[in-house]
Design a protein around this ligand. Structure first.
Ligand code: ZN
Length: 339
């Protein structure tokens, strides 16, 4: 959308709706919904077929971000022999073969009937043989998908959108072509799943996903004292953290923390040993920093985390008896022990 390149979309929405607004790219929302829906934790490529074709690679339960805002643009892979002009400014892009309006156009060109709709394409796909234009479009799609699987070392693909409406003959052809073209098929099975679009679910998960970098095991130790903190993966709009302090071989303190979405914010519910529970609301959530506050709390009034590679700085701060106090926990990433 070239008109919005210089527009502050969030501010515009805020003004219209007077509600907190967060933006997420559609394919990332669909991919996050898959993360939340399947128990399996394996990495995958999601490809969605609609007016265009987009994808998202999920690694360690998180959609992969590139350095440029073009991650997952599988639909703009040029396909040899295809001369169609694409909306992106290039020629021959995959989506000009397999996206819904383009399938309709292919069939209209073939039959000379300008009244062709997607329902006609779906009916033709159920016939005894797949129409040639559709078979070629599916083969091109499989090649582009297999290329990503081969390069990224993935063995699972989730397909959403109109591809399911084309019926089993088309989807079986696509699945077989993906497997044929994928290196991993020489050794084991490439899983290909057809799934529903679950946008709303993805949007819900996107909230807690912003704190996903906290997951894993963290440790700090000084002579005679060690502190551990462990965070689960984000699921069901929540993450759970536990921490304990061992002093001279004895449990000195512990804490359980529930981090969850409350409206557009994250709530940090701390249950420390020997103290009443307290809830802090997020005031800052970025790709490397989380800050939670409760100005009414005695001490601390702020809790924060900042990640820098394998280092995690956790801190609490606030004023106590008129003095500003800050306590830091410089953690390092630790191996989470396996049984
Ligand atoms: Zn394109």
């Amino acid at each position: 959308m070239h008109w919005c390149e210089r527009a502050d979309l969030i501010a515009a929405f805020n003004e219209q709706f007077r509600a907190p607004v967060r933006l997420i790219q559609e394919n990332r929302a669909l991919a996050l919904a898959e993360v939340g829906t399947r128990a399996s934790a394996s990495d995958f490529l999601l490809v969605d077929f609609g007016d265009g074709v987009g994808g998202s690679i999920v690694v360690n339960q998180r959609p992969h971000d590139g350095n440029v805002p073009a991650a997952g643009e599988i639909g703009h892979t040029p396909i040899s022999g295809n001369q169609r002009e694409c909306g992106c400014g290039n020629r021959g892009c995959l989506e000009t073969l397999i996206a819904e309006p383009w399938l309709v156009r292919s069939m209209a060109e073939l039959t000379g009937d300008p009244e062709v709709t997607f329902a006609h394409v779906c009916r033709a796909a159920l016939g005894p043989e797949l129409p040639q234009f559709l078979m070629e479009a599916l083969d091109a799609t499989a090649g582009a998908i297999a290329g990503i699987l081969n390069v990224c070392g993935l063995k699972r693909v989730v397909l959403t959108g109109h591809i399911r409406e084309l019926g089993p003959r088309a989807t079986d052809h696509l699945v077989a072509a993906i497997r044929r073209a994928s290196m991993w098929s020489r050794f084991d099975t490439v899983e290909v799943e057809l799934a529903q679009r679950r946008r709303a679910r993805g949007l819900t998960i996107a909230g807690i996903q912003r704190a996903a970098w906290l997951q894993g095991c963290w440790e700090m130790s000084t002579p005679g004292r060690s502190v551990e903190e462990i965070w689960t993966t984000p699921k069901g709009g929540s993450m759970i953290g536990v921490s304990r302090t061992i002093r001279d071989g004895t449990l000195a303190e512990y804490e359980m923390i529930l981090l969850r979405e409350v409206g557009d914010r994250l709530a940090y519910e701390a249950h420390p040993s020997g103290q009443p529970a307290a809830t802090f609301l997020s005031t800052r959530v970025t790709a490397s920093e989380l800050v939670f506050e409760d100005p009414a709390h005695d001490f601390p009034q702020q809790v924060g985390y900042r990640i820098d590679g394998e280092a995690l700085l956790a801190w609490v701060s606030g004023s106590q008896n008129g003095k500003v106090r800050r306590i830091e926990f410089p953690y390092k990433r630790a191996r989470c022990a396996a049984p």
